[in-house]
Design a protein around this ligand. Structure first.
Ligand code: ADP
Length: 330
């Protein structure tokens, strides 16, 4: 094996640069050169590539974002695009492709693998942590810290004015960031897709808890962490409903894209480095159609379809603490 390629695709996540660095340094160790495609699958289809030297990856471990940039490329779903990508990879003499991204990017890797019969390996890079087969994804730990930092600050002002705040966090259709951020911030309540599948019931419960808390403590702040995509119209619509139907004033805050940025935490840098190095080793061994991940501190390989066919559960004990032990209505 002489030459491998890497791309970052879909939602960016802190630690993608650390992962690219580990891939390049490990490949160098095995005398393999690395080509990077810019802008994800779009760059693969449009010959946007660059040889990544070890110099290019010095001093990037601490940087958020991705030096290769990321993009979405809907046309990659077609057979024509996959064939074009396979031809480009062959023309460039690429022996393996490493894809750092989330669930969608893994679908893309699997799709390409049907038309290009050399190693294609996925590395889980998404703040959402919604990938089955790895305990954590690259970027998740940093996103929790960012959300936590913001919630702590909102709590200061919420306390000063004894207000109800509804804070929307990212996670796509999963509640990992929501649960971790709510437990670590000591939020009063959390609304997550895995727990709250009936919006009317969730609304009634939310109101009952706020009212009970205020009966016990008097006017006080109340922090609710809400996963994105849970409430139609998000926390702005939820706050409007509360404000119009009850004598409770609430404020919505959407944390948004700040959760995708920032310098990666040590845990993300370490995970990214391990998975980057391991992906190169797997490619050298000719493994293909897998995601590299980590489970209980063991490096693992999971077939790409398994990563999206199975649903990764939230930590059940954290759910129990938040919804049973800390439930003031019980
Ligand atoms: P993420 O990787 O963060 O989940 P997306 O869902 O946006 O991000 O997917 C990133 C890219 O992966 C898409 O823009 C597209 O190029 C590719 N992709 C997604 N789904 C498929 C699919 N079913 N077949 C082929 N490529 C796909």
């Amino acid at each position: 094996m002489k030459r491998i390629a890497v791309l970052t695709s879909g939602g960016d996540a802190p630690g993608m640069n650390a992962c690219i660095r580990a891939i390049v340094l490990t490949a160098e160790h095995f005398n393999v050169s690395v080509i990077g495609f810019r802008h994800g699958y779009y760059g693969l289809l449009n010959s946007e590539h660059v040889e990544i030297s070890t110099d290019m990856v010095s001093n990037i471990i601490q940087n958020g974002g991705t030096i290769l940039h990321s993009a979405r490329c809907p046309e990659f779903k077609t057979e024509k695009a996959a064939l074009k990508a396979a031809n480009s990879l062959d023309a460039l003499g690429i022996d393996a492709l490493l894809v750092i991204g989330g669930d969608g990017s893994f679908h893309g890797a699997h799709h390409l693998q049907q038309y290009w019969h050399k190693p294609v390996i996925g590395l889980p890079g998404t703040i959402d942590n919604d990938i089955y087969g790895t305990d954590a994804t690259i970027g998740y730990f940093t996103a929790i810290e960012t959300a936590l930092d913001a919630i702590d600050k909102i709590r200061d002002t919420a306390d000063a004015f004894e207000r109800v705040f509804l804070i929307e966090v990212m996670g796509r259709h999963a509640g990992f960031i929501g649960l971790s951020a709510s437990i670590s911030s000591g939020a009063d309540q959390v609304l997550l897709p895995e727990i709250n599948n009936d919006n009317e019931a969730a609304f009634k419960n939310l109101v009952a808890r706020i009212e009970t808390t205020r009966e016990k403590k008097g006017q006080c702040s109340y922090i609710v962490v809400v996963a994105e995509n849970l409430w139609p119209g998000g926390v702005t619509a939820l706050a409007e409903k509360i404000n119009s139907e009850l004598s409770i004033e609430s404020r919505p805050v959407v944390l948004g894209h700040i959760q995708r940025g920032g310098s990666p935490s040590p845990q993300d840098r370490i995970l990214a480095t391990k998975l980057g190095a391991y992906a190169v080793e797997c490619a050298l061994q000719g493994k293909s159609g897998i995601m590299v991940g980590e489970q209980n501190q063991q490096l693992v390989e999971v077939s790409l379809p398994h990563t999206w066919q199975n649903q990764k559960p939230l930590d059940p004990y954290l759910v129990k603490i938040q919804t049973e032990f800390f439930d003031i209505l019980e």
